[in-house]
Design a protein around this ligand. Structure first.
Ligand SMILES: [Zn+2]
Length: 280
């Protein structure tokens, strides 16, 4: 039963989307545009590096390109979007001026298309996580890739009104995979997003317990891709303290983007209106 596997919660209902806005790269040029600044109002005050949690933008074309320096983290949120918890998390991320990657379920995206668009509008990267949280390790490669595509297409459909497309990032539900299926996913243009630090926020614990465990694991490792789930209110509750602590301890949150790739399905090959960052 999928519910017994480690790594993820059950499919919730919510949506999110991808993509980053062009705001990130306009920061450096805004100084030359005294009138029409393009900066997003959600970013923290500039000019105070020591207080800035937002780190560099890392754009990759393959899993192995995701190489972090000491002190760098990538925030990822799986299974959403979901009404209630996802908006809270989005507000916190805005407050701290950092971007995350949301690995959405197709079923969640269908239930919450407005939230998918909201995640995209706020400049986060959107990847996928199958349609309904299937344990792909129980399937053959053909069936598994079909499940991955089904999720990707549902998220793409939710994003369609914004003329954006999901990124190529994909995370295995329950982190359950086989070598053959992983290779099949990569051959299908997906970029498998692994996990270095599992917050285990799907346990029925207090926000403080999730916070303490995640910080301890991060401090022990020094950097990494952190797995959260935006379907849990406990995660939304602990996130402000988590990000505050990261900032106090000198960590930086890397914005992860994928090179635009071409999926061989009509929905995803739709042309995005934005350049590289916008295709999340
Ligand atoms: Zn999951």
């Amino acid at each position: 039963m999928a519910g017994l596997l480690a790594g993820c919660a059950k499919p919730p209902q919510s949506q999110e989307s991808l993509l980053g806005t062009a705001a990130i790269d306009t920061t450096t040029t805004s100084a030359f545009q005294p009138v029409a600044t393009f900066r997003t109002s959600r970013q923290p005050m500039p000019g105070l590096p020591s207080m800035t949690l937002a780190g560099r933008t890392l754009t990759v074309g393959a899993t192995e390109d995701i190489v972090l320096n000491p002190g760098e983290v990538i925030l990822t949120f799986d299974d959403g979007p979901r009404a209630g918890s996802t908006p809270l998390i989005l507000d916190t991320l805005d407050r701290f001026g950092v971007k995350a990657t949301f690995l959405m379920l197709g079923s969640s995206a269908e239930r919450n298309p407005g939230l998918v668009l909201d995640v995209a509008e706020r400049g986060h990267t959107i990847g996928t996580h199958t349609y309904d949280h299937v344990d792909l390790s129980t399937l053959g490669p053909t069936e598994a890739v079909a499940e991955i595509y089904a999720g990707q297409q549902a998220v793409a459909a939710a994003l369609a009104p914004s003329n954006r497309v999901p990124s190529r990032f994909f995370r295995f539900p329950y982190l359950a995979q086989t070598g053959v299926i992983r290779t099949s996913a990569v051959d299908s243009s997906f970029i498998v997003l692994d996990v270095d630090i599992d917050s285990k926020d799907y346990y029925s614990e207090t926000p403080q317990q999730v916070l303490d465990r995640t910080l301890a694991r991060l401090d022990a490792r020094g950097s990494g891709i952190i797995l959260f789930h935006d379907i849990h209110l406990r995660t939304a509750a602990m996130l402000p303290d988590f990000l505050s602590t990261l900032r106090e301890n000198g960590y930086s949150v890397v914005t992860l983007r994928a090179n635009s790739g071409v999926f061989d399905t009509p929905l995803v090959t739709a042309e995005a209106p934005l350049d590289e960052p916008g295709t999340l």
